[in-house]
Design a protein around this ligand. Sequence first.
Ligand code: C2E
Ligand code: MG
Ligand code: MG
Length: 573
Amino acid sequence: MNELRYQVDLLTAKNQKLSVQEKMYRLVCETSYSAFLYYSFEKSEITLLGKWDSFFDFRIKDWKDLGRLYEMVDEPYVEPLREIIFLEKKQEQDAVTECMLRERRAWLEFRAKVFYDEEGVPQDKIICVSDITKFKLQNEELTYMAYYDSLTGLYNRNYFVRLLSEFVRRAQEEREIVSVLLIDIDDFRKVNDGLGIIVGDELVQQVGSFLKEMSSEDIIVCHLNSDIYCMAIYDPTGQKAVGKIHERIQERMSKPFHLSGGQELNTTVSIGVAEYPESASTALELIGCAEIVMYKSKDMGKNTIQYFDTPILNAFLQNVQLENQLKDAIYSHSFELYYQPQYYAGNKRLRGMEALIRWRDGSGRMVSPAVFIPIAEQNGAIVPIGRWVMEEGVRQYAKWRQNQDNSMVLSINVSAIQYMRDGFVDELLQVLSTYQVHPQEVELEITESILIEDFEKVTAKLRSLRSYGIRVSLDDFGTGFSSLSYLKKLPIDTLKIDKSFIDTVLSDGATRVITESIISMVRTLGLETIAEGVEQEQQYKYLHAIGCDIIQGYYFGRPLPVQEMEALLDKLA
Ligand code: C2E
Ligand code: MG
Ligand code: MG
């Protein structure tokens, strides 16, 4: 009896435990976001659990009801779904398939698992159905972000580089050409600064969608950054294909872009082109080469196309090398000043000298200032270089001046960047006072390029300099704007007629007429004229005859190193 009672108690306890467990599993199923289909192989029975009713508006009692399920999903997913549902084979991992629903833009995931007995006979199967739409959309967005640029919808830089690398690999195999175009909107900063970045963005979008129209299997386009796009063309005809694309771009750019704010914008682009295998052999190098020539297009006045070639690469590499050496040159004292004498045309007496900088690069080679000054102007090295020229020139002049009875004029070339800096005038005055040189014995040579700056600011500074007695001359006259009318407004003392005039003044009638009118006009303004680059006696005689005041050039003397200039001064003293 006791034994029986014990068995009953045990059974009751087991039952209680089982119902607690069953309740627990049911709750888990109910609170999960998934629907479950349970199949018992032994009883051939289907049980639906979890969120079935909120996923489907039908129930499945036996296998023939499955047709409803297949009807729900898009055609390509029917077969994989069937495989999952009838899964019996032993598998290490769950079998999974994703299905897009026919009517709603929603995704379901079906995950199946079969459980076997010890002999390997299938016993139970669970199919778990989950809504993965949100996850899919997020994934799509991430994929989009990985490949595309959100502003323009074009490929982004990273993906473009991958595709371009693939082009290059294919071209290597098939011995073909890949052209890379770097396309930059001209004067984009003006649009951004003047009309705001929203308008700027819209322009970038519109140009981008125009470029996108040209994309195809063999033409890929990306938005590199800001207002720069990159296009790669896989094409055996190379420059011919580029020519056609360029024509289409030109045609589009000849018409305005209509923006949503009602503005009409006319714009142009500068293009640089590099080619595989001619210019470079990797995607990044090709983009780099196209960039170099794109900037060359900008320098050449924008709205043009430039092709990369070997001389351009060499010039570029040389510039980079020079740029690095220039930065060191200031500290390694590898600059030197030469002095070129200037003579009065009338009595052939020495008027003074122009200080001209000389530089020996790392290998001891003399580099022309015409080459390195523009580089120094670009990388800012001109500021310390200019300061050094000013101090060294004045220091040397002061020494020479001690042995001379008459005053002379020391001409110093000044770059626009140097001139425009605050404190420039004070710096010069400081140097003059340190070496006790009279301001009237110093002449600053500026060029017309300075007039790109704010005209009022430029002239105010000129007036300030002249109020201290410092002289100012306009160098290389005739190579820039060459306008005589603005000369009247410029408070200067001297005008230097550029060598290019002097070169042809004897042989070319038109040059003669212009030179004569410049000199007579300048005289009426009360300015002095200097002719530079005078190499022949004939030139000197002619210039003297038409009223040019001062002569500088190889005919009278080349730029001289310090000792030789000193010897010349000693002879004259
Ligand atoms: P620039 O100021 O117009 O100087 C005149 C240039 O013509 C000098 O070239 C001079 O050597 C050269 N020259 C003078 N007479 C003759 C001649 O009869 N025939 C020929 N063929 N050439 C002649 P350089 O010294 O090579 O200087 C070139 C330019 O570099 C200068 O043109 C000037 O713009 C710039 N530069 C030189 N030194 C400095 C400097 O210290 N600071 C700045 N900012 N620029 C400088
Ligand atoms: Mg000069
Ligand atoms: Mg000059």
